[in-house]
Design a protein around this ligand. Sequence first.
Ligand SMILES: [Zn+2]
Length: 284
Amino acid sequence: MLHDAHNHLQDEALASHLDRVASAWPDLAGVGGEMVVNGTHPDDWPRVAALAVAHAFVRPAYGLHPWDVGASRPSDWLVQLASRLDAEPRASVGEIGLDRWILDSAAPDDPRLGGVRPASMHEQAEVFGAQFALAAARNRPVTVHCLQAFGELLPLLRAQPAPARGFLLHAYGGSAEMAGELVRLGAYFSFNPAFLDRRKAARQETFRAIPEDRLLCETDAPAMPPPPVWRTHKLPPGPDGFAPNHPGNIEAAYAGLAALRGVTEAALTGRIAENFIRFFGPPR
Ligand SMILES: [Zn+2]
């Protein structure tokens, strides 16, 4: 049974492929295999909610993504988030986080950022803190994105109570040394098969060292496609020439992580299923 701890099935890039993905999922993930579908802005939360109604394998997550902090949003967005959590007991908070890459390193013409207006780190931290506090107060799972911003994230995590069940750092890109403190603060870490790229040796080293009971696997589909040799599922490119990542590539995450850690896929799959249920809660 495979679980995708982090994707964006509601994304427009997957809209024309939804039937294909939904019919493939039960066969590849097994009975009970689930995916956590992360909203990024109040505009896409209704699509996430509809997917959770339509498909038993979808667990909904609602959040304001750091890339969307600079976009306009309804003034009562945080109240809307709280009422979604109250109405949907299986819902988690995500994707939220901090991103210094969009401020300092992203090329202005990066196609992934079409139309994004980067928000200051101060504003990102405020929006992150409010959502993290909401998750902590309700002890809901919360999924955190952190790109080149651990210097800002760590002090916030030290200062602010986390949900008793912990929190997830998706596609963890920090060091193995820092992972030790993050484990003590309650972190889980999801492995993305894009890290199987030969140039990502440092990430691979980190994921060899993460404690077994804090590991999860993810795709971040339609983003972060695995290296071509690891891709088990392909989708045709859209009009922009970009081929969206298929959530079925979760197979590559399990196979790649098992190989990295020198364990059998069966053993890893069992451990991750336990971690997934402990963190995200019991199956429907
Ligand atoms: Zn994501």
